[in-house]
Design a protein around this ligand. Structure first.
Ligand SMILES: *Cc1c(COP(=O)(O)O)cnc(C)c1O
Length: 459
C-alpha cells in the first residue's frame, strides 16, 4: 500500500482550492485539519501517513461491518464481472429484484413494495411524494383534501427541498423557509431541553399528547405523519420516549393518516433489530432506509411501502396515475449486490456479533463520562450515543459557538487514535456494528481523556 502518489501538501492545497465540503464552514476547515483518509481496515480508517483511527462515527453513520470486509468486497467484485450499471426504467436487474424480495421478507407486516433511490434524502422525498400523489389522484374529494404533513420540531430527514420542508432544525432549514411547503409541527419529543418547559420527572409525555392532538385536529387535511424512528439523530441523538411510536401509530390508523418512518440512521441494525420500528412492534405505511443498507459501501436507498399504497398508482395509461419519479442510478446493481451481501452478514453470527451485548456494553461504558467537567446530558440509543457538552453543568450554560467545543474535543480524540465528527456541541459515538467490546472501551475511554484535556475551563 502506498500513500505517496501525491504529497500530502499538494492534496491539501487542491482540497482547499477546489473542493466544497458538506456541512463544513470552509473558513475554519484548515484550522480543523481534516483527516486525509486513504484506506480502511476493519473498524479503522488510515490516513496519508499510515496512522490508524478507530472509525467512531462509522464514516458518517453508514459503515456496518468494517472497511474492506471480505464478503462485501467479494460480492462487489462478482457483480462487476457481470455489469456495473443498467437502468431500472423499462428493465429489471437481478440484484435489485432479489434485494426487494429479501427486504420485503424482513420488513414489518404489509410492507411488500420497494422503491429504490440513492440516499436518505431521496428515500424520504419519495415517501412524501407518494403520500401526496396517492391522495390527490384519489376519486373521493375528501381524500383529495388530505395533502398536508405533520412532522416534529428538531426533525432531520435530509437536504432536498421536500425533506427540508418536513425538517425542524433552524440552523439547517431556517434560511429556506420561503421555498418550503407548509408543514404542521409537533414538539420535539425530548425532555432535556423541554420545548414545553416541563420538568422531566413530573411531565409524563406532554409532547406526545400534543402531537396526537395535532393529528386528531387536522386529520381531514393531513396525508401523513413523518418521524425518525427511535431517536432524532441529527438534532443531537435525542431518543423518543418509549411507547411514542406505538401511540402515534394507533392514532394515525384511527384517523386514516399514513405513517412515514425515516430509519435512515436507526435502521439496518443500529437499534439492535434490523428495522428500528420492530422495537415497538410498529408497522408504518412507508419505511425509508439508506446509510447502512449497503454496509456503508455505496449510495443506495429504499422506500418500502404497502400494496395498498401501490394499488393507488395502478390504472390504464390514459389515467396517468403512474409515479413519475426515478433517478438515473435507481436500484444500481453494484449497490444492490453489496446490500445483499450485507444482509447475509446480518444473518450470520460472525457478521456483527452479539449486538445486544455491544449495546449493553456501550451504555454501561458511558456511565464513565458522568461527572467529567463539560459533560452535560449523555444520551444513548441502540449502538450509538450523544454526549452534550456544556460550559457549566449546574446551569446548563452552553459553550459559545466560536469556541467550537465539540470539534475541539473530536480533534483531540485523534491523538488517542479515534476519528469522531460532532453535531455542534454534541459528541456522537456511532461506530460500525462490527466494533468489538474492547474497541468500545477504547472509544469511550479515549473520549473521556479528550474531554479532560480539552475542556479544562468547564465546570
Ligand atoms: C442522514 C439522514 C438522512 C439523509 O440521508 P442522506 O443519505 O445524507 O441524504 C435522512 N434522515 C436521517 C434520519 C438521517 O440520519
Amino acid at each position: 500500500m502506498t500513500y505517496d502518489r501525491y504529497p500530502k501538501a499538494t492534496l491539501e492545497a487542491w482540497d482547499d482550492q477546489h473542493v466544497w465540503h458538506p456541512f463544513t464552514p470552509h473558513s475554519l476547515y484548515r484550522d480543523e485539519s481534516p483527516l486525509l483518509v486513504v484506506a480502511g481496515d476493519g473498524n479503522y480508517v488510515i490516513d496519508h501517513e499510515g496512522r490508524r483511527y478507530l472509525d467512531g462515527v462509522a464514516s458518517l453513520w453508514c459503515n456496518a461491518f468494517g472497511h474492506r470486509h471480505p464478503h462485501l468486497d467479494a460480492a462487489l467484485r462478482a457483480q462487476m464481472e457481470r455489469i456495473a450499471h443498467a437502468t431500472m426504467l423499462g428493465n429489471a436487474t437481478e440484484p435489485a429484484i432479489i434485494l426487494a424480495k429479501r427486504l420485503a421478507d424482513l420488513a414489518p407486516e404489509g410492507l411488500r413494495r420497494v422503491f429504490y433511490s440513492d440516499n436518505g434524502s431521496t428515500a424520504v422525498e419519495i415517501a412524501l411524494k407518494m403520500a401526496y400523489q396517492l391522495r390527490v389522484q384519489h376519486p373521493d374529494p375528501a381524500q383529495q383534501r388530505k395533502t398536508r404533513f405533520i412532522a416534529l420540531r428538531n426533525a432531520y430527514n435530509g437536504d432536498t427541498i421536500g425533506s427540508v420542508s418536513v425538517g425542524g432544525i433552524d440552523l439547517f432549514h431556517g434560511k429556506f423557509k420561503a421555498l418550503l411547503f407548509d408543514v404542521l409541527h409537533g414538539p420535539s419529543p425530548y425532555c432535556y431541553r423541554c420545548p414545553l418547559g416541563k420538568e422531566r420527572r413530573t411531565c409524563g409525555t406532554a409532547c406526545l399528547e400534543q402531537t396526537l392532538q395535532l393529528i386528531e385536529d387536522h386529520a381531514s387535511e393531513v396525508t401523513a405523519v413523518i418521524l425518525e424512528t427511535g431517536m432524532q439523530g441529527a438534532a443531537g441523538i435525542l431518543p423518543l420516549p418509549e411507547g411514542f411510536l406505538r401511540r402515534v401509530r394507533e392514532v394515525t390508523r384511527r384517523h386514516d393518516v399514513l405513517l412515514i418512518l425515516d430509519e435512515v440512521a436507526t435502521g439496518c441494525g443500529r437499534s439492535g433489530t434490523f428495522f428500528a420500528c420492530a422495537q415497538e412492534d410498529v408497522a408504518p405505511d412507508f419505511l425509508c432506509v439508506a446509510k447502512m443498507l449497503t454496509g456503508g459501501y455505496l449510495p443506495l436507498a429504499a422506500t418500502l411501502t404497502t400494496e395498498q399504497v401501490f394499488r393507488g398508482f395502478l390504472g390504464a395509461a390514459s389515467e396517468a396515475r403512474t409515479f413519475y419519479h426515478g433517478h438515473t442510478f435507481t436500484g444500481n446493481p453494484l449497490g444492490a449486490a453489496v446490500a445483499l451481501a450485507a444482509l447475509d452478514l446480518h444473518e450470520r453470527e460472525d457478521g456483527a456479533g452479539d449486538l445486544g451485548a455491544k449495546i449493553a456494553h456501550l451504555q454501561h461504558a458511558l456511565s464513565r463520562l458522568h461527572g467529567i467537567p463539560g459533560v452535560g446530558d449523555v444520551r444513548a440509543y441502540g449502538l450509538c450515543a450523544g454526549i452534550e457538552l456544556v460550559h457549566d453543568r449546574a446551569t446548563k450554560t452552553p459553550f459559545t459557538a466560536d469556541r467550537r467545543a465539540g470539534m475541539r474535543v473530536c480533534l483531540r480524540a485523534r491523538e488517542h487514535g479515534i476519528f469522531l465528527r460532532p453535531l455542534g456541541d454534541v459528541i456522537v459515538l456511532m461506530p460500525p456494528l462490527s466494533i468489538t467490546l474492547d474497541e468500545i472501551d477504547h472509544l469511550v475511554d479515549g473520549l473521556a481523556a479528550s474531554l479532560r484535556e480539552e475542556l479544562r475551563d468547564a465546570t
